[in-house]
Design a protein around this ligand. Structure first.
Ligand code: NAP
Ligand code: HSE
Length: 430
C-alpha cells in the first residue's frame, strides 16, 4: 500500500457530511480500489462549533483558506456559490491540489477559469456531481462518448420542479400549494427561486452542452424559463391530450451542424415518452448520438448520500490518476460552435385560446398560423358560446415563427385571451 492520499473537504453540509462519512466508513474498500488509503485532512465549514453527524469534530475548521494552503492531494469543494468557492479552488490548484466539485453554479458561470487553472497547474478537475446528482452522466459524455457525435441532450435535471409538476399532474393541485408541500418536505429550499425559476437547470444545461458539443457554453448562453407560470389548467389540458408537463433542459446541434442551442422551459411530453414516467424528485437525461443512437440515464438527482456517491467516484478517479501519474480529460472546446438563440430552435407548440364562438373564427386563427409559416397538426374546440376555447398543436416550426404567431393571435379581435402556450418535445415525425 502506498502513502496516504490526503483529501481536504470544503463544506460539511448536506453533501459534504456524507462525503466525509463515506470516506471514513468505506476506508478499506477505497484504499483497495485506489492502492493507497484516503486521509481526510479537514472539513471547512462556517460554524466549526456545530457538530456534524459522521464528521469527527477534530476535523472541523472555519478557516477554509488555511485548510487549502496545506496542499492536500485532493480538495473537494462542496460549499456551493460563486465566492469564496472560486478563489479557494484557484488557490488549491495553485498549491498543486486536484479539485473535485459539485458546484454547477460556479462551473456554469466561470468553468473556463477553473479549466485553465487546472491545465496551468497540471492538476485534475472533476465535477460529476454537479449535474443530476448520483447519475453517472458527465463521465459517459466526457469519456464514453468521446468517439461519437452528440446530436441532442434532453432531460429532467431538477428534482424540485419535477416533484412539483408530478404532484400537479397526479393530484390536479395548484402550483402554489405543491410548492408549499415541497418546502415542507425539504425538497425545495426556503428561497426556491433557483429551482422554480429554471436557473439550477440552466446551469446544468450549460455544463451538459459544453461537454456534449465541445464548445464553451456558459449560463448566460442558456434561454431559461421556469415553472412559476404553469397552471393547474395547463396540466389538465396536457393530461386530456395525452401529455405531461416537465421542465426540460434541451441542448441541440442546429440542422446546419454549425450551431448549438441550449434552452430550459416547461415542456409538454407525450405520456408514452420515457421521460413522462420520471416522477417525484428523480432526474433522467436522454442523449442522442449519431452512432450510439438514443440513451437514457436515470436516477437520484439530489440528496446528500446520492450526490456524495458521485463525488466519491471522482475522488477515486483523481486518486488513481495521482497514483499512475496520469490526468483526467482537459477542457475540450475545439468545435467552437456558434451559440444560437432559442428563436432558431425547431420546436412544436401547444396553444390554448379563449375565443369568440362564431363562424370564421377558426379560419382567422388558422390564418395567423399560416401567415407566420407555422403548420397546424391538431385543432380542437372546447366548450361553446362565452366558454369557447381552441386548443391548437403545431407541427415542427422555427421557434421565432411560433413566437410571432402568438403575437399575431394576441392582436386578433376574435381571440379574447391566449390562455396557455407551451413547447412540445418527444413526438416522432415532423
Ligand atoms: P449546504 O448543505 O448548504 O452545505 C454547504 C456547506 O458549506 C456547509 O457546511 C457550510 O458551512 C459550508 N460553507 C458555506 N460557505 C462557507 C464559507 N464561506 N466558508 C466555509 N464553509 C462554508 O449545501 P449542499 O446541499 O451540501 O450543496 C453543496 C454543493 O453541492 C453546492 O454546490 C450544490 O449546488 C451542490 N449539489 C448539491 C446537491 C444536493 O442535493 N444538496 C446535489 C448536487 C449538487 P455551515 O454548515 O457551517 O453553514
Ligand atoms: N436543487 C436541485 C434539484 C438539487 O432540485 O434538483 C441540486 O442540484
Amino acid at each position: 500500500m502506498s502513502a496516504p492520499i490526503t483529501v481536504a473537504l470544503l463544506g460539511g453540509g448536506t453533501v459534504g457530511s456524507q462525503v466525509a462519512r463515506l470516506i471514513l466508513e468505506q476506508s478499506d474498500d477505497l484504499a483497495a480500489r485506489i492502492g493507497a488509503p484516503l486521509e481526510l485532512a479537514g472539513v471547512a465549514v462556517r460554524d466549526a462549533s456545530r457538530a456534524r453527524e459522521g464528521v469527527p469534530s477534530a476535523l472541523l475548521t472555519d478557516d477554509a483558506t488555511a485548510l487549502v494552503a496545506r496542499g492536500s492531494d485532493i480538495v473537494v469543494e462542496v460549499m456551493g456559490g460563486i465566492e469564496p468557492a472560486r478563489t479557494l479552488i484557484l488557490q488549491a490548484m495553485a498549491a498543486g491540489s486536484s479539485v473535485v466539485t459539485a458546484n454547477k453554479a460556479l462551473l456554469a458561470a466561470d468553468g473556463a477559469a477553473l479549466y485553465a487553472a487546472a491545465a496551468a497547474n497540471g492538476v485534475d478537475l472533476y465535477f460529476e456531481a454537479s449535474v443530476a446528482g448520483a447519475i453517472p452522466l458527465l463521465r459517459p459524455l466526457r469519456e464514453s462518448l468521446a468517439g461519437d457525435r452528440v446530436v441532442k441532450v434532453l432531460g429532467i435535471v431538477n428534482g424540485t420542479t419535477n416533484f412539483i409538476l408530478s404532484k400537479m399532474d397526479e393530484e390536479g393541485a395548484d402550483y402554489a400549494d405543491v410548492l408549499a408541500e415541497a418546502q415542507r418536505l425539504g425538497y425545495a429550499e426556503a428561497d426556491p427561486t433557483a429551482d422554480v425559476g429554471g436557473l439550477d437547470a440552466a446551469a446544468k444545461a450549460a455544463i451538459l452542452a459544453e461537454l456534449a458539443f465541445h464548445t464553451r457554453v456558459t449560463f448566460d448562453d442558456v434561454s431559461c424559463e421556469g415553472i412559476t407560470g404553469v397552471t393547474a389548467a395547463d396540466v389538465a389540458a396536457a393530461r386530456d391530450m395525452g401529455f405531461v408537463i416537465k421542465l426540460l433542459a434541451v441542448a441541440e446541434r442546429t440542422e446546419d451542424g454549425r450551431g448549438v442551442i441550449v434552452r430550459v422551459h416547461p415542456t409538454m411530453v407525450p405520456r408514452s415518452h420515457p421521460l413522462a414516467s420520471v416522477r417525484d424528485a428523480f432526474n433522467a437525461v436522454f442523449i442522442e448520438a449519431e452512432s450510439a443512437g438514443e440513451m437514457m440515464f436515470y436516477g437520484r438527482g439530489a440528496g446528500g448520500a446520492p450526490t456524495a456517491s458521485a463525488v466519491l467516484g471522482d475522488v477515486v478517479a483523481v486518486a488513481r490518476n495521482l497514483r499512475s501519474g496520469g490526468h483526467g480529460p482537459r477542457e475540450s472546446t475545439y468545435a467552437d460552435l456558434e451559440i444560437r438563440g432559442i428563436d432558431q430552435a425547431r420546436t412544436r407548440y401547444y396553444v390554448n385560446l379563449d375565443v369568440a364562438d362564431r363562424p370564421g373564427v377558426l379560419a382567422t386563427v388558422a390564418r395567423a398560423f399560416s401567415d407566420n409559416g407555422v403548420s397546424i397538426q391538431v385543432v380542437r374546440q372546447e366548450g361553446h358560446g362565452d366558454d369557447a376555447g381552441l386548443i391548437v398543436r403545431t407541427h415542427l416550426a422555427q421557434d421565432g415563427d411560433l413566437s410571432r404567431t402568438i403575437e399575431a393571435l394576441r392582436s386578433l379581435d376574435v381571440v379574447k385571451q391566449v390562455v396557455g402556450v407551451m413547447r412540445v418535445e418527444g413526438e416522432a415525425g415532423s
